[in-house]
Design a binder for this molecule. Structure first.
Ligand code: PAF
Length: 281
């Protein structure tokens, strides 16, 4: 696997990769890779002749009081995992290579980026949309893969691609989970042992709420019960537990179309997010 850190070399390497006319899939990441990322790579390999991955901890998607400086960085181990999984090219620019003129021109994620996580983390999805647009322009993939764990991010990217008519297919890959149900996340390593045990309450509370809603219990009651379970397990604050429409995240008072149950809450210093699909019977 070739590791590339400047745009000129990236362009040459991509021209060589595309020489046989094959299709290129792209897996953008911020590193600290786990089985969730590797599921994206596996799906990328199924869909394309060549897989390009990126590792870039994007400062523009972190708020001033967030974890940018302590975000886990372990590029050597990540590169080994990607190489072993058949990735052909790793794009690993530093901040100066990604934003040579600073992020002067930015992409606004729009109303979808102001909901839920966008309300809790103002500017976050503008930062994501800006870097993903830039990555797409640099790599020019045929298809790009994003985890459903960051469901709102997946929708923001889909919406951006539709809005800007970017020539790339966006594929969502189901969330990978530990044996007790906790969604895999690079941030799980921040949890203490005790917090890690308590964290399983999040997928459990969502699963129980989803089942109650499908069985016809009122949405508000099911969401309130989930919030109570999270508070009981030590989550504080609970940013949101919401049932939203699966396409545009419009609030739903009843399960009258394909929906997503989404939650974000803090356990100690670590903010966890998760979501589940909820289909009307
Ligand atoms: O999901 C992530 O790892 C990041 O938000 C992404 C898509 C790589 C953009 O920085």
């Amino acid at each position: 696997m070739q590791i590339v850190r400047d745009l000129e070399t990236l362009r040459r390497a991509l021209t060589a990769l595309r020489a046989d006319g094959g299709c290129v899939a792209f897996v953008p990441t911020m590193g600290a890779l786990h089985a969730g990322h590797m599921a994206l790579v596996a799906e990328a390999r199924r869909r394309a002749d060549q897989v390009v991955a990126s590792i870039f901890v994007n400062p523009t998607q972190f708020g001033p009081s967030e974890d940018l400086s302590r975000y886990p960085r372990r590029e050597a181990g990540d590169a080994q995992m990607l190489d072993g999984a058949g990735v052909a090219l790793l794009w690993a620019p530093d901040v100066a290579a990604m934003y040579p003129n600073g992020p002067e021109i930015t992409v606004q994620a729009g109303p979808l980026g102001a909901e839920l996580d966008g309300a809790a983390r103002p500017g976050h999805f503008d930062g994501v949309a800006t870097v993903v647009a830039r990555l797409f322009d640099q790599v020019r993939p045929d298809v790009a893969l994003f985890g459903e764990k960051d469901y709102q991010q997946l929708l923001v990217v889909r919406h951006m691609v539709r809005s800007l008519e970017l020539p790339v297919e966006i594929v969502g890959v189901p969330t990978q989970r530990d044996a007790d149900g906790l969604a895999l996340s690079s941030r799980n390593i921040y949890l203490t042992e005790e917090e890690r045990r308590a964290a399983r309450a999040l997928p459990r509370a969502l699963g129980e709420a989803a089942q109650a809603i499908v069985e016809g219990q009122g949405v508000a009651a099911a969401l309130a019960a989930a919030r109570e379970k999270l508070a009981g397990a030590g989550f504080d604050p609970i940013d949101y537990v919401e049932l939203r429409d699966a396409e545009m995240l419009a609030p739903l008072a009843a399960l009258d179309r394909a929906a997503r149950l989404l939650a974000a809450a803090k356990l100690g210093a670590t903010r966890l997010i998760d979501n589940l699909p909820v289909q009307p019977a």
